[in-house]
Design a binder for this molecule. Structure first.
Ligand code: NAD
Length: 503
């Protein structure tokens, strides 16, 4: 048996139970179908094979989950940070122990290649460990003495929170949002993306087996417009941590207005990689390719706009074309595969529609621009050249293995192009001129910028975007700022004069 066949057989064994029972909700530590009895079918993007039925929940299920999270909150918030730390580390241990199952399930459910999903499962464990270690100090505050008062601050968990996640790397993103919520002392209702429900369910099973009390974390499946919407409107849910499209973020803000929801948004991007002619061009080439064609280009931080200084553009593009044509498209469980199928037909239709858009707008399809095979949602890694910043392909988030290359003459022109979009998530700058790097990053409108590097995540640093790419930051202590309330307590230190009225 080849390694691929072996992996497919293993993946099917892991997923067999979901085919039988479907993916149910889990509320207050119990499995529950949707209250209405409704479900929907989940298919693999690899070959459209049926994977499982999924509970199609609505406001009644969200209400039950919010109630469970509400009831579990006081006890979970009250246990010591040291105890929470222990449980979260056990969750991390169990993720590592089941990393193969998680990776294989993710590959078949999302189409992401195994080479990246193995790491994503382990990164999920790292997220739990990182926030586990910070749980004991999450409540720490400051002392701010004034002449008459000893002022102290402390932090308390905000309450039950809703977490809404997308379908790209759903396992890793769920851990990234849920681990800090639990470490802070919040309880959670998680609504994963309808296109990729499986690993969210495995993750919750792991957490409960590791000793997380029932009701602390609840899972409700379903579509955004019903289950997702109900979660954002529920009065017992105090905050919504959302990862997804910018236009969905805007809807959630409106939906949450009546209950004054606190929101944290990690949204879309159309991120520039700017290459100056003094840069290490071989490393820039590697990084630019990795940041758009890994994870099928379904990556919020992807470098989807390549801005090249005109002096090096034609050589760089020649080398780029050769590499892009060489990228291995294939079954996500094949260890050699670099690009797998896109998540779903709807998304495949969106991505491939840009092939026509590019041509109509006058750009050139230098590589790709086609479907690969006739089953599954595979597209050839695509490169658009001859583009200008006013074209749709240079402004809109395509969210596939599709790169738009543009050229610039001067640093000012590069900056203008880099900033001329509605998004501001990441930026990548390649130059060996230190003063230019400082100047450019100062003026580049992005929440995260890497100089002479691809995106290398360091968990203590802030993660998030500006403009239409998001509101708020994750990572380090920033996650706790979102999931906790600051409290100030002023204690009189003597007999200071209190203004007297009505004497
Ligand atoms: P999406 O916005 O369509 O869906 C995300 C989640 O929101 C899903 O669970 C969906 O069911 C839910 N949802 C949809 N409508 C809703 C509503 N009205 N109320 C409440 N919930 C609702 O996004 P997607 O297509 O699943 O994911 C891709 C997008 O996510 C891209 O734009 C990508 O850039 C973005 N993303 C951003 C980051 C980041 O950190 N900035 C990370 C990953 C993905």
């Amino acid at each position: 048996m080849s390694e691929l066949q072996d992996n497919i057989a293993k993946a099917q064994t892991y997923l067999a139970r979901f085919k039988e029972t479907g993916v149910m909700n889990r509320i207050g530590g119990a499995d529950r179908p949707a209250a209405s009895g409704a479900s929907f079918d989940n298919h693999s993007p690899v070959d459209e094979a049926f994977l499982c039925k999924v509970a199609r929940s609505d406001a009644a299920d969200i209400d039950a989950a919010a109630q469970a999270a509400h009831e579990a909150f006081p006890a979970w918030a009250a246990i010591s940070g040291a105890e929470r730390k222990k449980i979260l580390h056990k969750i991390a241990d169990a993720i590592v122990a089941r990393a193969e199952e998680i990776a294989f399930a993710e590959c078949l459910d999302t189409g992401q290649a195994l080479r990246f999903m193995q790491k994503a499962a382990l990164r999920g464990a790292e997220n739990f460990r990182f926030f586990a270690d910070r749980a004991p100090s999450a409540r720490d505050g400051q002392t701010l003495p004034s002449p008459t008062l000893m002022n102290i601050t402390t932090r308390v968990p905000i309450g039950p929170v809703g977490v809404i996640t997308p379908w790209n790397t759903p396992f890793m993103l769920s851990t990234w949002k849920i681990a800090p919520a639990l470490a802070a002392g919040c309880t959670v209702v998680h609504k994963p993306a309808e296109f990729s429900p499986i690993t969210a369910r495995i993750l919750l099973e792991i957490a409960e087996e590791a000793g997380l009390p029932p009701g602390v974390w609840n899972l409700v499946n379903g579509f955004g417009e019903d289950a997702g919407r109900a979660l954002t409107e529920h009065p017992k849910i105090k905050a919504i941590a959302f990862v997804g499209e910018s236009k969905t973020g805007s809807m959630i803000m409106k939906q949450g207005a009546d209950t004054l929801k606190r929101v944290h948004f990690e949204l879309g991007g159309k991120n520039p990689v700017v290459v100056f002619d003094d840069a290490d061009l071989d490393r820039a080439l590697d990084a630019a390719i990795f940041m758009i064609y890994s994870l099928n280009g379904e990556r919020c931080t992807s470098s989807s706009r390549l801005l090249l200084q005109s002096t090096i553009a034609s050589d760089f593009i020649e080398k780029l074309k050769k590499r892009v044509e060489n990228i291995r498209v294939g079954h996500p469980l094949d260890p050699k595969t670099e690009v797998g199928p896109l998540i779903h037909k709807t998304h495949f239709d969106k991505v491939t529609s840009y092939f026509d858009v590019a041509q109509k707008d006058g750009a050139t399809i230098a590589c790709g621009g086609t479907r690969v095979g006739d089953t599954g949602w595979f597209v050839a890694p695509t490169l658009f050249t001859g583009a200008s910043q006013d074209m749709r392909i240079a402004n809109e988030e395509i969210f596939g293995p599709v790169l738009t290359a543009l050229t610039f003459e001067t640093e000012d022109e590069a900056l203008e192009m880099a900033n001329a979009i509605e998004y501001g998530l990441t930026g990548y700058v390649w130059t060996n001129d230190l003063t230019r790097a400082l100047r450019f990053t100062e003026r580049l409108e992005a929440g995260m910028i890497w100089v002479n590097s691809e995106n290398v995540r360091h968990l203590p640093t802030p993660f998030g975007g500006v403009k239409a790419s998001g509101i708020g930051r994750d990572g380090g202590d920033w996650s706790f700022e979102f999931y906790m309330e600051q409290k100030h307590i002023g204690l009189a230190t003597g007999q200071h004069k209190i203004p007297q009225l009505g004497l």
